[in-house]
Design a protein around this ligand. Structure first.
Ligand code: ADP
Length: 509
């Protein structure tokens, strides 16, 4: 798709803990890649600065070149650090590799080092790199608590040294993680932790009066950034109304924005997707059926037979396949996911869950379910992270389930729609901004899925029941709906412009 170039060009440096596809754990990785690519194609200059995690598969990196070796301060020492330039999925990246134990191990998170201290080190190492190389982007775009110490380090340290031009934008992808930090941990960066232990700076408000030692990097990031963005308009409203950061956000409301994430259409495109046995688009949805059969066969689920390749009705009214692709954490509505597994089968459908748990108890619970159903005709629970399977499952699915308790934005429902899977979602955060119920007649133009409100099983049942009835009883409408959701533009083309607006509103002129 040809994209018009913007006239007022910005140099943006993202500082992030994740980048899809090489260092992705959840939506954060997708968002940075997608937004970076969209800004590049509009003519802006973009660098993404990422820790050089030991677990990054180097075969997916092109043009890896060492650009400098420098020292970055940490806890009384200067740590020799290497900066590499590389191209990842077409995006210019700077990889920061300290010579100490930070970022070593087989996973992005959960290594044997102190994560908080590693990211505080990384935040300073990025600024130090800019200083030694004389790199002065217009915007330093930080993400989540991991890089929220950077705004403090910038305004109270590096801006007094040689970095004058950059302004800071912080995107909060999930308010649940706020970077709980002891004063002395922040002091290891070279800042004085005591200075930030006040209500108007970084002290964790929940502990005022009894634990003034505790700071929140995310709160500090909100206070010290020039603009703060969260990932959907509804989540923005929700976070202004509840949660302990609400009072800080209200105070800084003038610089707080809700901008919906987009889908990276270079990675997520059913018409060109190399992982699929058959590519498709809204005009050729009969080929989606081939993907469904491929997945059913591959997983040993009961298959439907294609009576006629062109007659989608014959095959679409049999066994609906529903997928749920998610991190298995409480936020995602674990009790609703396990309930859906039962209810979908009662309704005569099939369900595949692709998920990774980070908690042992959750892992065991889902492993038990997986083992119980692994030979059956209708249920598969795949406890792993697999980019390839995710692509295949979205393509194969008739429906995509996102029953989150809360959801800042959510990509699964948007990716699912692009691949012709009808979303069934709980009405919260970004799900409420992107999915509109078929039976809400005031919204007919934009209706595109099934929405429920309660966090109880009955609410979920009613949405599943309605979706299954629609699928079975109204095959023509269902087909139209599939074509409609594939055509919805939830890409970054649509929303990157709002970020450019934020960049332009804060940049130094
Ligand atoms: P979050 O950021 O909270 O994890 P999002 O819906 O915003 O949730 O983004 C999740 C992203 O991660 C989507 O691209 C989804 O397809 C992907 N994903 C989640 N779990 C897995 C998994 N086990 N395997 C492959 N992809 C996954």
């Amino acid at each position: 798709v040809a994209v018009n170039k913007d006239s007022d060009l910005v140099h943006i440096a993202h500082v992030t803990a994740e980048l899809a596809p090489i260092a992705k754990v959840g939506g954060l990785g997708d968002v940075v890649t997608g937004l970076a690519r969209a800004c590049l194609s509009r003519g802006h200059t973009v660098d993404v600065i990422l820790p050089f995690y030991e677990c990054i598969p180097t075969r997916q990196i092109t043009e890896l070149t060492l650009i400098c070796t420098y020292n970055s301060y940490y806890d009384g020492n200067w740590v020799p650090t290497k900066a590499y330039r590389a191209l990842i999925s077409g995006i210019p990246v700077i990889l920061i590799e300290p010579s100490n134990h930070f970022f070593k191990g087989q996973t992005i998170y959960g290594g044997s080092y102190n994560e908080l201290e590693a990211y505080v080190f990384f935040s300073r190492a990025c600024l130090e790199w800019m200083q030694v190389t004389g790199t002065q982007p217009d915007i330093i775009h930080v993400h989540e608590w991991q890089t929220s110490a950077l705004p403090l380090l910038y305004w109270d340290m590096y801006h007094n040294l040689s970095l004058k031009k950059p302004r800071i934008v912080l995107t909060i992808h999930n308010m649940e993680h706020y970077g709980e930090c002891r004063k002395e941990q922040l002091s290891k960066s070279g800042l004085d932790g005591d200075v930030y232990a006040t209500a108007d700076k970084a002290v964790d408000d929940r502990t005022i009066g009894h634990n003034p030692e505790r700071l929140s990097l995310l709160k500090g990031g909100i206070v010290y950034s020039n603009a703060v963005v969260t990932v959907s308009p509804t989540y923005m409203k929700e976070t202004l109304c509840s949660g302990w950061l609400a009072s800080t956000l209200i105070k800084h409301r003038d610089k707080y924005n809700g901008i919906l994430n987009g889908v990276d259409t270079a990675i997520w495109n059913p018409a060109t997707d190399i992982f699929l046995p058959a590519q498709f688009n809204a005009e050729r949805i009969e080929r989606k059926k081939i993907c469904k059969q491929y997945v059913q066969k591959g997983l040993g689920l009961a298959t439907e037979t294609i009576t006629s390749a062109n007659d989608i009705h014959v095959v679409m009214d049999k066994i609906p396949l529903i997928v749920c692709i998610t991190r298995l954490v409480p936020q995602k509505g674990l009790h609703l996911i396990t309930h859906a597994i039962k209810h979908v089968v009662e309704l005569g459908g099939q369900i595949v869950v692709l998920g990774k748990a980070s908690d042992g108890r959750v892992e065991r619970e889902f492993k038990g379910l997986a083992d119980l159903h692994k030979q059956g005709p209708s249920i598969r629970i795949l406890l792993m992270y697999s980019e390839e399977l995710a692509h295949l499952l979205y393509a194969a699915a008739d429906m995509v389930l996102v029953p989150s308790v809360y959801e800042p934005c959510g990509l699964a429902q948007m990716i699912g729609m692009r691949y012709g899977a009808i979303p069934i979602v709980r009405k919260t955060g970004g799900l409420a901004d992107t999915v509109f119920d078929i039976d809400d007649h005031s919204n007919h133009e934009i209706s595109n899925g099934f929405v429920f409100e309660g966090i109880d099983e009955g609410s979920l049942n009613s949405a599943l029941d309605r979706a299954f009835a629609y699928y079975k009883e109204k095959p023509d409408e269902w087909k139209n709906l599939v074509q409609k959701v594939i055509k919805i533009d939830n890409s970054w083309n649509n929303t990157a412009g709002k970020y450019i607006g934020v960049y332009n509103s804060v940049r130094a002129r």
